[in-house]
Design a protein around this ligand. Structure first.
Ligand SMILES: NC(=O)c1ccc[n+]([C@@H]2O[C@H](COP(=O)([O-])OP(=O)(O)OC[C@H]3O[C@@H](n4cnc5c(N)ncnc54)[C@H](OP(=O)(O)O)[C@@H]3O)[C@@H](O)[C@H]2O)c1
Length: 273
């Protein structure tokens, strides 16, 4: 009935599907988020280092989803500029940017590999910041867009034995909260997702298998599927700071009212092997 009243040109015009660009979409939380965005009708731009794993996404999402995979090491200088140039060249209008790629490292700071620690800062902080600038600027000019940055509950306190990782995530939280205020009047919504311990390959890469954070009886690691489901749902609803799971919310809340020395000691005992 309603369709009959529409102008014929509108009926023949191809519908623009929104595009979600997800970094670190080849595994873990990012892979699950990619599937959820596809199921919600988004086309995808997926980025990670492993080209083969990016291709696998196509096998798990609706066939009509257009997937552009861009294999790229986002810890390298100019990676953000390269990614932005690639999407510009393909004339892709990114409606949603999810800065999810990240990694951590466990151990005494001075004994960890310096190059790896700096790569962690480059990926978790530098590239995330650059991508927010490139795509945030474009979204602000358009007057619409959404950005989801993946931090961690690590953002809420210092993390002895994962010093650099916790500091990078504190940056992501602080930076995201700041730009969400700046970009709101420009029509761009920014949210930050703060998962707690989650079962993914992140744990092995960081060398965290043996630590108490993943072994204590109070904090059961969540699945990547659950974190992604909660994350995407609350992000699209406009929630600003998303902490999946009751215990994770409780810990983040309790940290705000606990003496700093105690928070440091507890984090140290949870992160030490
Ligand atoms: N798992 C947890 O307990 C936990 C808790 C809180 C927050 N987080 C955060 O959640 C996010 C996702 O982590 P996850 O647990 O899903 O980890 P994951 O399973 O290890 O996935 C990480 C993703 O990032 C990509 N990636 C890693 N290094 C990259 C690089 N240099 N350039 C481009 N892509 C890169 C990986 O693909 P390639 O290896 O193919 O590049 C992969 O797709 C991270 O920001 C992490 O800090 C995780």
């Amino acid at each position: 009935m309603f369709l009959c009243t529409l102008h014929p040109k509108i009926l023949t015009k191809p519908m623009h599907k929104p595009v979600a660009l997800i970094t670190g979409a080849s595994a873990g939380i990012g892979f699950e988020m990619a599937k959820i965005f596809a199921a919600r009708g988004y086309d995808l731009v997926v980025v990670a280092r492993t080209a083969k794993k990016l291709k696998e996404i196509r096998t798990q999402i609706p066939a009509h989803t257009i997937v552009t995979d861009i294999p790229l090491d986002l810890s390298l200088p100019n990676a953000a500029a390269k990614l932005f140039a690639a999407t510009q060249k393909k004339k892709l209008k990114v409606d949603v940017l999810v800065n999810n790629a990240g990694f951590g490292s466990n151990g005494r700071f001075v004994e960890l590999d310096r190059k790896n620690e700096l790569q962690e800062i480059d990926l978790n902080v530098r590239t995330l910041t650059e991508l927010c600038h490139f795509y945030g600027k474009e979204m602000a000019a358009r007057g619409t867009g959404k950005i989801l940055n993946v931090a961690s509950t690590a953002a809420f306190q210092p993390g002895p034995y994962m010093a650099v990782y916790y500091a990078t995530k504190a940056y992501v939280l602080s930076f995201s909260e700041a730009i969400m205020e700046e970009l709101k009047p420009k029509g761009v919504r920014v949210s930050v997702l703060c998962p707690g311990p989650t079962h993914t390959a992140f744990v092995e890469r960081a060398g965290m298998q043996g630590i108490r954070l993943f072994k204590n009886k109070f904090m059961h690691p969540m699945s990547a599927v659950d974190v992604a489901k909660i994350g995407v749902k609350q992000f699209l609803r406009g929630k600003k700071i998303i902490i999946p799971g009751f215990m994770n919310k409780l810990v983040a809340f309790a940290n705000r009212f606990s003496p700093r020395f105690l928070v440091r000691k507890i984090a140290a005992s949870l992160n030490r092997i």
